[in-house]
Design a protein around this ligand. Structure first.
Ligand SMILES: Nc1ncnc2c1ncn2[C@@H]1O[C@H](COP(=O)(O)OP(=O)(O)OP(=O)(O)O)[C@@H](O)[C@H]1O
Ligand SMILES: [Mg+2]
Length: 365
């Protein structure tokens, strides 16, 4: 578990420190007080990147050259310290127990993290590519050694697309595509298989959690591949059927880069028919289920970061959610209204009040 977070020149914080609860930490304060910034800092400390922006420059406090995040972590084998320094345009400076490390993912005690930000509802509501990306990150999180399935496929796809353009420009023969199609088929099947495996793992707990959180009609997760092929040859044959239209467009229109992950309730897609609250519960169920299977596969439960989820849930769903998240692992939630977080066991609870970019918490020495 993470004991403490320290930040310097992160977003609105010049310097701040919080002590985290073993189970639950509630960060509360008015709009704009700096709650989400602390969640983001926790995520940054665990992963080396922001969960809010792809432009990490935004993470550094205005007019400052660099940001720094430090985590104090307790594991079974004792206390550890992890620090990530970030200066725009420079490689991250990561230190583990004081010594420099090349990559954060190589640090054995690095905490895993799952995050829910309000804009992540886009995952339910938005384009299929968001769900594919999410699924591929889940695969990478579950089986780090197989994370290359997506990049390998992506590279082969880009090469095939380049070749399509050369064939179209008569700089290459159509038959040159044959070898690529077979290779792409091999990689496509591997990628789809990983995704399907992940969906098979996550679907049952997601359904169970959705039941518990009160999604009437249940949550169904379904991976829907475009291809029916069960071998590289069969995939290549599918590509051959579409070769003329691919040549016309200049890119490959068939394969796992067009697959869909469907989330539905009573056989109707939540993306289309779900209410705001139903979409939210579905997303929470999915993320909680992912956290559970990550814990099973990796042997450690990811830190769960929930930004502003309480305000959109009714009182009963809030109760159930808190009961669920405090049952295992460590969670940090933000809220504008402290009363929105039903908290039972005081001993495990850390309360952090923020106002105007300043933390008000008595941090034990
Ligand atoms: N790089 C930065 N440097 C300084 N201040 C920043 C930076 N980025 C954002 N801020 C400021 O941080 C403040 C707090 O933002 P944050 O998103 O943490 O608020 P919040 O408490 O989550 O509010 P809400 O309840 O509205 O979600 C904002 O006023 C924002 O302008
Ligand atoms: Mg916020």
């Amino acid at each position: 578990m993470i004991r403490r977070l320290r930040v310097r020149d992160v977003r609105c914080y010049e310097s701040a420190e919080i002590a985290l609860g073993e189970r639950l930490t509630v960060i509360y304060g008015a709009n704009g007080s700096g709650k989400t910034n602390l969640l983001e800092a926790l995520y940054f400390g665990c992963t080396g990147r922001s969960c809010r922006t792809s432009n990490d420059r935004e993470f550094v406090r205005f007019d400052q050259p660099a940001a720094r995040v430090e985590l104090e972590i307790d594991t079974e084998d004792g206390a550890h310290q992890l620090a990530v320094g970030f200066e725009p345009g420079q490689p991250r400076r990561v230190t583990a127990d004081g010594g420099p490390v090349e990559r954060l993912i190589d640090v054995p005690f690095r905490p895993l993290a799952c995050v829910f930000l309000p804009d992540r509802l886009e995952l339910i509501k938005g384009a299929p590519s968001l769900r594919r990306d999410h699924l591929d990150r889940l695969v990478a999180g579950l089986w780090p050694a197989r994370a290359s399935a997506r990049t390998d496929y992506g590279q082969a796809l880009a090469q095939r697309n380049a070749l399509l353009l050369r064939v179209r420009g008569q700089a290459a023969q159509p038959s040159e595509l044959d070898v690529w199609d077979l290779e792409l088929g091999r990689l496509a099947l591997a990628l789809s298989a990983e995704r399907e495996r992940a969906v098979d793992l996550v679907a049952p707990p997601a359904r169970e959690i959705a039941d518990e959180l009160g999604l009437p009609g249940g949550l169904e997760l379904l991976y829907r591949p475009r291809s029916k092929a069960d071998s590289a040859e069969a995939f290549a044959a599918e590509l051959l059927e579409r070769r003329s239209s691919d040549l016309e467009r200049g890119f490959s229109g068939h394969g796992p880069h067009r697959d869909e992950l469907l989330l539905s309730r009573e056989r109707r897609e939540l993306r289309v028919y779900g209410s705001q609250g139903e979409q939210r519960v579905a997303l929470l169920s999915l993320l909680l289920a992912e956290r559970q299977i990550l814990a099973d596969e990796r042997g450690r439960t990811p830190l769960l970061l929930l930004d502003d989820v309480m305000s959109e849930l009714d009182a009963e769903r809030r109760e159930r959610l808190v009961a669920r998240i405090t049952a295992s692992g460590q969670t940090v939630v933000t809220t504008t209204e402290l009363a929105h977080v039903p908290s039972g066991d005081e001993a495990d609870l850390a309360l952090v009040e923020v106002s105007g970019g300043v933390v008000h918490q008595e941090v034990p020495a």
